[in-house]
Design a protein. Structure first.
Length: 126
């Protein structure tokens, strides 16, 4: 299901991108594992010494064009300010956002980041 998010906290958008990458890697792993099970259960294929191919995304580059806005969030208790923080909110650059908020696309920002695979914690490359 496609969810069209007009405005969300920046950390939520980046987190969803990361989750999508992880889900894609998991799907590739599951496909390779299923292929290996099929090979192992077929005597003719097993005799040939076949092994499933495994695919890995060692690095994924992401470039997001977004409309960015900073919002101050005050936390009050009994009418007194007890905390203040600033959060970055982002909206994807798309026609729906531009039309809904009469946004000028020349005011957009681009955020680039990489998601890089690393060894699991507790392992060492020697």
């Amino acid at each position: 299901m496609i969810e069209n998010v007009l405005i969300a906290p920046l950390e939520k958008i980046i987190s969803r991108v990361g989750n999508g990458i992880a889900e894609a890697q998991h799907a590739m792993d599951m496909n390779s594992a299923a292929t290996q099970v099929m090979i192992d259960n077929d005597p003719a294929l097993r005799e040939q010494g076949l092994e499933a191919h495994w695919y890995h995304m060692p690095e994924t580059e992401v470039s997001l064009k977004l409309q960015l806005n900073m919002k101050r969030e005050d936390t009050k208790k009994n009418g007194k300010l007890i905390a203040r923080k600033h959060r970055m909110f982002a909206a994807p650059l798309n026609a729906e956002y531009s039309n809904t908020y009469n946004s000028d696309i020349s005011g957009t920002s681009e955020i680039r980041f990489k998601v890089v695979s690393i060894p699991p914690p507790g392992t060492r490359n020697q």
